[in-house]
Ligand binder design. Structure first.
Ligand code: ATR
Length: 270
């Protein structure tokens, strides 16, 4: 039996067990995916078990940075973003990777060729780093805007992009906007309103609870083309599934499990 799981603290919010287990079942794999809610003082001990049993992991808060130290190898993307969200075994080595990059890049590329486009990333945390990297490797010009401008400046220095405060946002020059702050998560707050968007713009919110954030509601009203955060979650999960099992993810089955769970979850906090 191959063992996988989500490593987080807390881990009860994660949709990953539902989605991956649905995939394992659909392909009749002798594998299971668990929730590993590990407090910080038990993490060393946990990794001893991971090594002994060759467990593959998705990684979430607060461990995305820390787990690199347990890896035999870390991918270029994960190094650049300074965050590992996937851990898997290859030739006896634990490899750290980040599938959030493809989770952001792929849904965008389905809508627009990013080459030469101006992408504005809102936020300067871990999610924003993945967004900036995804946009840069796709050939776009990137500006990162954050409430705390010092953090935006630091990120911009590292990635060689432009930066500013949220007030510096200019809708006319932004072809794509990626909302990568935590504003709007499980509530109806929004950094921008309808007047901040224009038709033809691509607007991506990485939050998927709720499925359509207030931010995206405003963008849609203004005529922008929106991408909801579930796309990012699903694409990164499909990629993880492939890395874990070596098989193409049964996407429809996994999607169905995800939306059913999300619906239940939304009823819970409404
Ligand atoms: P993650 O790793 O999920 O990106 P994070 O590192 O805590 O999480 O980053 C959260 C981001 O949301 C930051 O960019 C934060 O802005 P600050 O650096 O100024 O704190 C942003 N954020 C959170 N609450 C915000 C708010 N009310 N208004 C504007 N930005 C906010």
């Amino acid at each position: 039996m191959d063992i996988y799981g989500i490593l987080a603290h807390p881990a009860n919010y994660s949709m990953s067990p539902i989605v991956h287990n649905a995939g394992f079942q659909a392909l009749n794999l002798t594998a299971r995916y668990e929730r590993f809610d590990i407090p910080p003082d038990k993490i060393d001990l946990f990794f001893e078990k991971v090594k002994e049993k060759r467990v593959g992991l998705s990684v979430s808060m607060p461990y995305k940075e820390e787990v690199a130290k347990y890896c035999g190898e870390v991918s270029i993307a994960a190094k650049k973003i300074r965050a590992v969200n996937s851990l898997y075994w290859r030739n006896g080595k634990l490899i750290g990777h980040n599938t959030d990059v493809i989770g952001i890049k792929k849904p965008l590329l389905e809508k627009i060729d990013l080459e030469g486009k101006h992408v504005v990333v809102l936020g300067a945390g871990g999610a924003a780093r993945a967004a900036v990297y995804a946009a840069e490797i796709s050939g776009s010009k990137v500006t990162v805007l954050n409430r705390n401008i010092e953090k935006a400046k630091e990120l911009a220095k590292e990635f060689g992009c432009f930066y500013g405060s949220l007030e510096d946002y200019d809708k006319e020059t932004a072809d794509v906007v990626i909302q990568a702050t935590s504003v709007g998560m499980m509530n109806d707050e929004s950094l921008f309103t309808e007047k901040n968007f224009h038709p033809g713009q691509i607007v991506f919110d990485i939050i998927y609870r709720p499925l359509k954030t207030k931010f995206l509601e405003y963008a849609e009203k203004a005529g922008a083309d929106i991408i909801t955060g579930d796309k990012m979650f699903l694409v990164q999960a499909f990629e993880q599934f492939k890395i874990f099992t070596g098989k193409d993810a049964p996407q429809e089955v996994m999607k169905k499990a995800f939306y059913a769970a999300l619906e239940k979850d939304e009823e819970m906090y409404e």
